[in-house]
Write a protein that binds this ligand. Structure first.
Ligand SMILES: C[S@@+](CC[C@H](N)C(=O)[O-])C[C@H]1O[C@@H](n2cnc3c(N)ncnc32)[C@H](O)[C@@H]1O
Length: 227
């Protein structure tokens, strides 16, 4: 088939749009491309001062994590939350610590070993599939990760599948419009592609039932859903 200029232009434009629609979080992921980038991110994620900034114990309490639960830590990073989750679920619970980057998963494994955590399974996901066992989770926790997900529709469909019937989803993310202690207004706007209502609408469109929302920190909110 011979293409005229118009057809070629239309095809190229369509391809560009499909790509843009597919990878929605490119701006947020600019600083994650190389191993050196991720080394820098890892230092921040594992910074001991982060306990004061993130308040992990209070967060899990507010979400209602209880002993015996199975949790999916979607995008575990360097495993910052793992010791706190292990404490909250006790020896009869389990955490699936998932990430798409091998170097983060290795660091998370080292954190689990350092703390002697026995009930953590590590899972390498794909950018469009968390690859967790079906109907296995009481809770999927997505902390500072949703705005990094490039294929939210496919990824959240895989999270939905991994939840037990009635299982809960907690998405914790940053307000774009509220002052943040370490992100400038411009960086916030670039890094976080939608505000809370936008993320809520996307997640509801994937079949999750909205339950409630509350602020965890002055600049960070929690969205809770049910399967
Ligand atoms: C800002 S870090 C947060 C890490 C961790 N949740 C924490 O709070 O310490 C974002 C993480 O999301 C991961 N990530 C990005 N896209 C992902 C996807 N589609 N599925 C799972 N994890 C993803 C990154 O590899 C990175 O570890």
């Amino acid at each position: 088939m011979r293409m005229n200029h118009f057809t070629a232009f239309a095809l190229l434009t369509t391809a560009a749009c499909v790509n843009l629609a597919g990878q929605v979080a490119e701006k947020a992921n600019e600083g994650y491309k190389t191993k050196e980038d991720r080394e820098r991110v890892a230092v921040n994620l594992g910074d001991p001062d982060r306990v004061e900034r993130q308040k992990p114990v209070e967060l899990l309490e507010a979400i209602g994590v209880t002993p015996g639960q199975t949790i999916g830590d979607i995008g575990t990073g360097v495993g910052f939350m793992l010791p706190y989750m292990a404490d909250a679920i006790g020896p009869s619970g389990r955490v699936y610590a998932e990430d798409i980057q091998d170097d983060f998963l290795e660091k998370a494994q080292a954190v689990a070993a350092e703390h002697g955590l026995k009930n953590i399974s590590f899972v390498k996901g794909d950018p469009n599939d968390v690859k967790l066992p079906e109907n296995s989770l009481d809770l999927a926790l997505i902390l500072d990760v949703y705005h990094h997900i490039n294929y939210p529709e496919a990824t959240m469909a895989s999270v939905y599948k991994a939840l037990k019937p009635g299982g809960r989803l907690a998405v914790i993310d940053f307000y774009r419009s509220r002052e943040h202690p370490s992100m400038s207004e411009e960086r916030l706007k670039n890094h976080i592609r939608l505000d809370r209502d936008g993320f809520k609408a996307e997640i509801e469109a994937g079949g999750f039932n909205f339950d409630r929302t509350f602020d965890h920190l002055p600049y960070q909110y929690v969205l809770m859903f049910r399967k």
